[in-house]
Design a protein around this ligand. Structure first.
Ligand code: KIV
Ligand code: ZN
Length: 521
């Protein structure tokens, strides 16, 4: 009998810490529902103490899915209490508490003399904090996970002591994070083996691996951890996450499936949902999947060289180790057009993994009809882009009424924008370095606001001259990043929508309660 591997998805927690990714609560709920369809075992939904939005997201997710929901907490009581409060409604919940254990983390994050003066003294305090945190978390739920942060660079003797103390206090999962993506596969495998040999109570907990991709080794390290006795992996869709990201869920589960005879492990993943999940996460986070990304990249199943094409025509197995269908990519494209009715659209949205209320479906249908008027054929990726653009986003504060631009090689670009702000029309004009810049300047002038724009990206959603263009804009307001998205067959309109969307997200956050923590773990 092959052994089951627990898939712990942290797209909504570590994944959301990706530079440039920012999800609002309805988007997180929608992704969580899709993760449930994908049949992951645990969804890490957020870090509740860090902000009211994180708290609300965890709470709403517990209400929306029938999967174990985990919430992150530092090894201190207020964090653990907040995690437990946010998880209250869950049928099955896990508190995940962590503390840094490498000398660099101990020395720098716990500089205060109350933790001790020397590393030796501080290590004693950290071990006690780990034990106390697990003991406290156990008063709320039986399912407690403990992570010694930066385990990959932690002295193995000390790591074994902390892990033993956490299990002794009741941790049911001990997660070993390679927080900085520093370890080599053989080294990481040895850490897991050593822990199994040195920690006397290790068989009372599931060993988990949590690998970052700074050296491109996150998936390899996760697999080698399984080979050495871990039975849970922590991963994210499309490998998104801090810096270079986390181990990619789709790569791990497909490696276990495609090489089943090598591993003798299984997961409960519903593989046909992989592509929908990947595309949904990309549309909502605005993080575009690189074309050559394993499993879910646009080129993952394309064969360019003549010899390859010839081979594949003769027998796909010559150059394909897995089929597109196995991850839910259909060879027959379903195309909608202006005559497709609301029912046809509803069925397609459902097949793409979206759960829409009647009102939301009405909004998508309206956008779809507008698009179908301009574009004969509406593809799945167009529908996904529409979802990423408006449905779950704050649109209400600054609304676009109309714009006019004039630009060319011989005249300076000029834009006139009319916005609706709290029922009032505001019209302003500005010159700029091209029509998009002129529009952005006119918006800044209309709102009497100077925005710090960090990035502007534009891409075509599908091929062809009438393709939908997608613009992703990132701005920073009071130190916080906000992402805006806009889609339209007109790239200037898409840009204006994306900029206003980012401003609306920033405005909604400013109107909401204060953040409690400025930095993520
Ligand atoms: O990378 C890391 O160490 C983490 C922990 C909070 C588990 O994300
Ligand atoms: Zn991490």
């Amino acid at each position: 009998m092959s052994e089951k591997i627990v898939i712990f998805d942290t797209t909504l927690r570590d994944g959301e810490q990706s530079p440039g990714a920012s999800l609002n609560v309805p988007e997180k709920v929608e992704i969580a529902r899709q993760l449930a369809q994908l049949k992951v075992d645990v969804i890490e939904a957020g870090f509740p103490v860090s902000s009211p939005i994180q708290f609300e997201a965890v709470e709403r997710i517990t209400d929306s899915v029938d999967v174990t929901v985990a919430a992150l907490a530092r090894a201190v009581e207020p964090d653990i209490k907040a995690a437990s409060d946010a998880l209250k409604k869950a049928d099955s919940s896990r508190i995940h508490t962590f503390i840094g254990t490498s000398d660099i983390h101990i020395g720098e994050k716990f500089r205060d003399a109350r933790y001790g003066k020397t590393i030796k003294e501080k290590r004693i305090s950290i071990l006690k904090m780990a034990r106390d945190a697990v003991t406290y978390a156990k008063t709320f739920t039986d399912d407690v996970e403990f992570s010694p942060e930066d385990a990959g660079r932690t002295d193995i003797n000390y790591l074994a002591e902390v892990v033993e103390a956490a299990i002794d206090a009741g941790a049911t999962t001990v997660n070993i994070p390679d927080t900085t993506g520093y370890t080599m596969p053989a080294e990481f495998g040895t850490i897991i083996t050593e822990l199994r040999q040195r920690v006397p109570n290790i068989d009372q907990a599931v060993i988990s691996a949590h690998c970052h991709n700074d050296l491109g080794l996150a998936v390899a390290n996760s697999l080698v951890a399984l080979q050495n006795g871990a039975r849970q992996v922590e991963c994210t869709i499309n490998g998104i996450g801090e810096r270079a990201g986390n181990a990619s869920l789709e790569e791990i589960v497909m490696a276990l499936k495609v090489r089943g005879e090598y591993w003798d492990f299984h997961t409960d993943i519903c593989f046909q949902e992989i592509i929908n999940t990947s595309k949904m996460v990309s549309a909502f986070t605005g993080l575009i999947v690189q074309p050559n990304k394993a499993v879910v990249g646009d080129n993952a199943f394309s064969h360019e060289a003549g010899i390859h094409q010839d081979g594949v025509l003769k027998d796909k197995r010559t150059y394909e180790i897995m089929t597109p269908e196995s991850i839910g990519l259909s060879q027959t494209r379903i195309i909608l057009g202006r005559h497709s009715g609301r029912h046809g659209l509803a069925a397609r949205m459902k097949a793409l993994g979206y759960h829409l209320s009647e009102e939301e479906l009405g909004q998508v249908y309206h956008m779809f009809l507008k698009l179908a008027d301009k574009k004969k054929e509406v593809f799945d990726d167009d529908l996904r882009a529409l979802m990423g653009d408006e449905i779950f986003r704050h649109q209400d504060h600054y609304e676009l009424d109309s714009f006019h631009v004039s630009a060319g090689t011989t005249t300076p670009a000029t834009a006139t924008i009319t916005l609706k702000v709290e029922e009032k029309d505001i019209r302003e004009s500005a010159n700029g370095d091209g029509p998009v810049d002129a529009c952005f300047k006119a918006i800044d002038r209309a709102l009497d606001h100077d925005t710090n724009m960090e990035s502007y990206q534009v891409r075509s959603v599908t091929a062809g001259r009438e393709a939908l263009g997608e613009v992703i804009v990132q701005i920073r307001e009071k130190g916080q990043p906000f992402t805006g998205r806009g889609v339209s067959t007109d790239i200037i309109e898409a840009s204006v929508k994306a900029y206003l969307n980012a401003l609306n997200e920033a405005r909604a956050a400013a109107d909401g309660p204060e953040e409690n923590l400025k930095s993520a773990p």
